[in-house]
Design a protein around this ligand. Structure first.
Ligand code: SF4
Ligand code: SF4
Length: 363
């Protein structure tokens, strides 16, 4: 059961974006000064296919030359050295097209206008006052060849935008507008996850870079601007505990290898590929390895899924309905399993051949 409403196509060929750009050198300007923990930057470094090093060193055939500006991975000592390309881009003076990557949710500066700063990135060189993330977005986003939101905070607001937060923060599309188009004619590319699954992000970035090189169409995104090939299926559809669900066999505590729907797993209604893909090199994940899915990729996260360790209401209904069928099927399969766990009786070392072999050819 794919959640169809979550996978409707939005932008397989956004107007204008299918023109071949043929960009030879591109900058990635990465700002994690949203309401952020930098977890997406850290997570991205765990990707192996491709690794960020491969992209930056030009080891992936067909990509433009990539210059990465990310504070965690910067070879500068910070300060003005680090800020220089961002300042140049804000004035339209950066020599190459750039991809703007935003990490963290966007605070609502309007609710405290003139009364401080929720978050900032560098200072105004004339006044010495902090420059807000909002200031940077207003200048960089319209000039960016592509805009990528890394993580659920930047895409949909995430944990920092939960009910009761004081910053009124939001995702990038809520700030820039859902119909925003970059200078490269692309919609905002959303890569949700809290944090991003490393290869989900690098694969998407690589697709955007191939598109920049003119060697790929724009990445196909769904109505929430997520890559379709990564978020088109549910957690449950890729969970290797789903057989337990089908047999009505549910965990009662967190030490069990069985399906965890009754102890809080939201997998059947969440769009994410982590259990199918694993976390690093196929190792790890969430419900597949014993951690309930809390829906961390979803626009409704976290409020729609809390309290996390309670059974989802829908899960209660479906797991109750499947119990009689599951118990019967489990019993039948158990009997067949006993039967097929025996070797055939003609496997022996006796003096007579009993396999049924007949040497005479018959028409
Ligand atoms: S653990 Fe969660 S995702 Fe896995 S089968 Fe059970 S309900 Fe589905
Ligand atoms: S399986 Fe669930 S908790 Fe794990 S990354 Fe995906 S959405 Fe988040």
């Amino acid at each position: 059961m794919t959640i169809e409403s979550g996978t409707a196509r939005k932008s397989e060929h956004p107007s204008g974006a299918d023109q071949r750009q043929g960009i030879e050198e591109i900058d990635i300007l990465w700002i994690s000064e949203g309401m952020s923990c930098d977890g997406d930057t850290v997570s991205m470094t765990a990707s192996g296919q491709p690794a960020i090093e491969d992209v930056v060193l030009g080891l992936v055939p067909g990509l433009p030359k990539v210059n990465l500006y990310n504070k965690v991975l910067s070879p500068t000592v910070g300060g003005e050295d680090f800020l220089a390309p961002f300042r140049a881009a804000a004035k339209g003076e950066q020599p190459h097209p750039f991809i703007l990557v935003i990490e963290g949710s966007i605070p609502n500066q309007n609710i405290i206008e003139g009364d401080g700063y929720w978050t900032s990135f560098g200072n105004d060189q004339e006044t010495g006052e902090p420059l807000t993330l909002n200031w940077w977005l207003d200048r960089l986003a319209p000039r960016a060849w592509a805009v990528v939101a890394a993580g659920t905070c930047a895409t949909y607001g995430g944990i920092h935008a939960m009910a009761g937060n004081p910053t009124g923060c939001m995702g990038l599309a809520d700030y820039l507008g859902w119909d925003f188009r970059s200078a490269g004619a692309l919609p905002i590319v959303h890569l949700p996850g809290c944090p991003i699954q490393p290869e989900n992000f690098m694969e998407t970035l690589t697709w955007v870079l191939h598109h920049a090189a003119g060697s790929a169409p724009p990445p196909p995104l769904d109505h929430m601007l997520r890559p379709q090939w990564l978020f088109g299926k549910t957690v449950h559809e890729g969970c290797d505990r789903a057989a337990y669900y089908e047999q009505g066999d549910f965990s009662k505590d967190y030490n069990s290898p069985k399906c965890q729907v009754k102890i809080g797993c939201w997998g059947p209604v969440v769009n994410c590929d982590v259990p199918k893909r694993g976390w690093m090199s196929g190792v790890g994940g969430c419900p597949n390895v014993g951690g309930i899915c809390i829906g961390c990729t979803m626009p409704g996260f976290p409020d729609a899924f809390m309290p996390f360790m309670d059974e989802p209401t829908g899960g209660s209904l479906s797991s109750t309905l499947i119990k009689p069928y599951g118990a019967f099927i489990r019993r039948m399969r158990g009997l067949t399993n006993i039967a097929v766990n025996r070797e055939p009786k003609w496997h022996h070392n006796g003096p007579e051949l009993t396999s049924g072999y007949d040497p005479h050819w018959r028409a």
